[in-house]
Design a protein around this ligand. Structure first.
Ligand SMILES: [Zn+2]
Length: 315
């Protein structure tokens, strides 16, 4: 077993390396796993495995190919990802990838490797232009499409890829990994993992952003709001250290939980009030994600004023 592989990916790794050893590696793989679970690390490690020239445990990390790959400049590897602030992979990028696979590999008999992440980022035109290369790439090529589980991909893309499901971490594995990578207190690690279950890399990111602490302030303030101890304006200010969308996502999640609990109690009136609140968030979200420069604090003040009314009516 390679030490480069996260413990919860060992099964998938064994499947892939077995395919290589028995010459059954397809032209295209669809790796599915939630973001923040280490799926990209897995794809990178598999590229390293295919590139390495060592006979022993691959990737060895010190042969010429490994060193080149680790420097991020290996000529036989290409990553197709949204550029800068864009959310989608553009058709021009796909065209560059098609040219890339048409060229001869740098190393004799080597495989050209293309990571596409996230595969959901391929628009219809970009996806369509990739189809032929996915099906019949010239020479030895491996496309690795990385996507969320259940991502909506064109059926024609999906059918050309061999699927491989990447597991998420167990609670124990996640805690172990996070303990090895963060110096935060165990209760903070737990709080981060509650926000990103099975996804310790995402939990680490949240910790670095101060999210668990911020979230706990939000939850305490919502209780205070319910008891009239804080105003919507005050709570809006207190959470404005993070982007407004983050607070709104938290509120959506909390509201959904409350809806589920209330419907179990058959409290239809309260459920209606909460569903109506969910609807009121839609235009706010649209405004915040628009290109105009939105007033985030004003949006938060409005949202918390509305939520305060929800609390008064539905508890
Ligand atoms: Zn090597």
């Amino acid at each position: 077993m390679s030490t480069h592989i996260l413990p919860w990916h060992q099964n998938a790794w064994s499947q892939l390396t077995l395919m290589v050893q028995s010459n059954r590696l397809p032209h295209a793989l669809l790796l599915t796993g939630p973001s923040g679970s280490g799926r990209r690390q897995f794809a990178d490690a598999f590229c390293g495995y295919l590139i390495c020239h060592s006979d022993a445990d691959r990737p060895c990390g010190h042969c010429k190919q490994c060193l080149l790959y680790d420097s991020g400049n290996h000529p036989d590897v290409m990553v197709l990802a949204p550029e800068e602030t864009s959310k989608s992979i553009k058709i021009e990028q796909v065209r560059r990838a098609i040219q890339f696979v048409a060229q001869t590999a740098n190393q004799a008999d080597a495989t050209k490797l293309i990571i596409v992440q996230p595969a959901e980022g391929l628009g219809i035109a970009a996806a369509n232009s990739l189809l032929k290369s996915l099906e019949e790439p010239p020479g030895k090529t491996l496309f690795m499409l990385v996507a969320e589980p259940g991502a909506s991909l064109l059926p024609t893309i999906r059918s050309r890829c061999q699927p491989l499901v990447l597991d998420t971490a167990s609670d124990l594995q996640a805690m172990q990994w996070l303990t090895d990578h963060s110096s935060a207190a165990p209760e903070q690690l737990q709080a981060a993992l509650q926000l990103a279950p099975g996804r310790p890399l995402q939990a680490l990111y949240l910790l670095e952003q101060g999210i668990p602490a911020w979230r706990s302030v939000l939850e305490q303030n919502l209780l205070a709001l319910q008891h009239g101890k804080i105003s919507p304006i005050e709570i809006a200010k207190s959470v404005s250290t993070q982007p407004a969308m983050r607070a709104i996502h938290c509120l959506q999640e909390i509201n959904t939980h409350a809806c589920l609990a209330l419907s179990k109690e058959n409290n239809t009136e309260a459920v209606k009030v909460r569903l109506a609140f969910q609807q009121k968030l839609v235009p706010v979200i649209r405004q915040l994600s628009g290109t105009a420069n939105p007033n985030e604090l004003l949006a938060l003040e409005y949202v918390f004023a509305e939520y305060s009314a929800v609390l008064a009516r539905s508890g």
